[in-house]
Design a protein around this ligand. Sequence first.
Ligand SMILES: Cc1cc2nc3c(=O)[nH]c(=O)nc-3n(C[C@H](O)[C@H](O)[C@H](O)COP(=O)(O)OP(=O)(O)OC[C@H]3O[C@@H](n4cnc5c(N)ncnc54)[C@H](O)[C@@H]3O)c2cc1C
Length: 506
Amino acid sequence: MHTLIVGAGSAGCVIAARLSESGNHEVTLVESGPDYPSPQDTPEDLRDGRKNSMDAHDWRYRYRPTSQRKVTFAFPRGKVVGGSSAVNTCIALRGHPYDYDEWAARGLGEWSFAKCLPAFKRLERDLDFTNEWHGASGPIPIRRHPHGELVTWQAAFVEAAKRAGYPPTVDHNNPELPCGVGPHAMNKVGGERMSAARCYLTPAVRRRPNLHVRAQTLVRRIVFLDKRFSAIEVERDGVVETITADRLVLAAGAIGTPGILLRSGIGPRAELARLGVDRIVDSPSVARRMIDHPGAAILLAPRRPFTDYEQPVLQTMARATSIGSDHPFDLQLQPGSWLPIFGLDLPIVALMTNIGKPDGSGTLHFESADPHARPIIDARLLDHPRDVARVIDGLERLFELARQPELAELAYPIYPGRRTLSKRALLQEFLPKVTGSGYHPCGTVPMSATDIEEGAVDEGGRVRGVRGVVVGDASIMPTIPSANTNLASIMIGERVGEWLRDGMDL
Ligand SMILES: Cc1cc2nc3c(=O)[nH]c(=O)nc-3n(C[C@H](O)[C@H](O)[C@H](O)COP(=O)(O)OP(=O)(O)OC[C@H]3O[C@@H](n4cnc5c(N)ncnc54)[C@H](O)[C@@H]3O)c2cc1C
């Protein structure tokens, strides 16, 4: 059985590794970006887990954060074997049990937290904790910066949050512990990023005779024969060819996967007609909406030099329940040790908030069926009034933290300034200027238990209306988890990979 996997990102690397564990499967992993098979060959921007890689291995998407803004900003997505896991901030959070129980409550019982927990444990090798919530022998090492490693701004944040009433916690991935302030769980060891590529596509896995990695190969579209998967059309160095296989896994991420489906004739009828693509399946939910975490920040000027660009950007976090939320501890508050502002070398620090369970969603619009065209991404992060209230709440909490002596003696708010932060009406007016994406797009090819109107894929990720195609990446999330989405994407890869390896019917 030959399986093609499109996209070697957080989920795709995992699916390739799990599926090729069984000699019954021939696996070809196709990736648009380059491949660096060993850490020694890997460029510094991908290895250095202290900061993001936003440029060298990127798709160069742009997005409009809020409807109030005219300008667009960079919307980074990793274009390399490892995908966005190879460029990200290395925060390794699972979210809360309610994130997955919410999926189960929609009829997707396979995705309850209890059912996902074994995969969360299987993917990790927790270097700090050995207990029922953690795995000890998985591919991804996860650790937390101990107190002695915290840089000045991060250590002060922890003390300020404790003073402000946030209880200390040692492990944000243990649902039995109090939610409060403590070190981030991170997939970063010795400052190096532990991407899905590095941890799952190890030299031993790559030596498997049944696993083939085809990098620098752009997937243009899927070819169907009588609504059954037949081949993919790919492009490498300007040469177009087809690759045939028995079945296909799409793991091209929340922007890439819906694009491939639309170009292949699977999407809303009117969209396919507009794009001039022959319709295979009228699938209304493809690219109907894009969910993301709204984020906002206060920038602060240091009173004396205490930070530099060699420091890790993030090490700690506090969690709180946002105003009127049904989801406890949905709000993240975290200090940024430095911030690149407009490419200038300014020694600015930040306090940042992320809204874990937004009510609003954005849109993803493909203007043409050209596989090289970039979609128009309108995140609409402040379209929903409840999200506006949550972002204001987050910023007010950050301002409260900034006023605690531990942080106040180090830096003072400059953007927004104190006056704006003190008056809610002014702050609300200012919001569009400081609100942006958490870089966690998902839900663009959602799963549903019921029908194609609700979800393009079923509980197993199988694409409705055709045979032989499954989606296994952040696209299928029916709602957004309250935490950063890398571990959830890897967990999806673990589960889809396991199901395919063990004979899921397509
Ligand atoms: C800058 C940044 C920082 C982030 N920080 C964190 C963090 O600290 N913690 C966290 O939990 N999450 C973080 N995230 C989010 C997290 O990394 C993603 O949610 C996760 O990687 C998504 O996994 P995925 O498999 O769905 O997609 P991806 O990992 O993006 O993989 C998709 C892959 O498909 C390939 N591809 C796409 N289209 C095609 C095509 N047509 N042909 C061939 N290949 C294609 C891409 O090149 C890519 O390799 C961050 C993301 C970014 C961009």
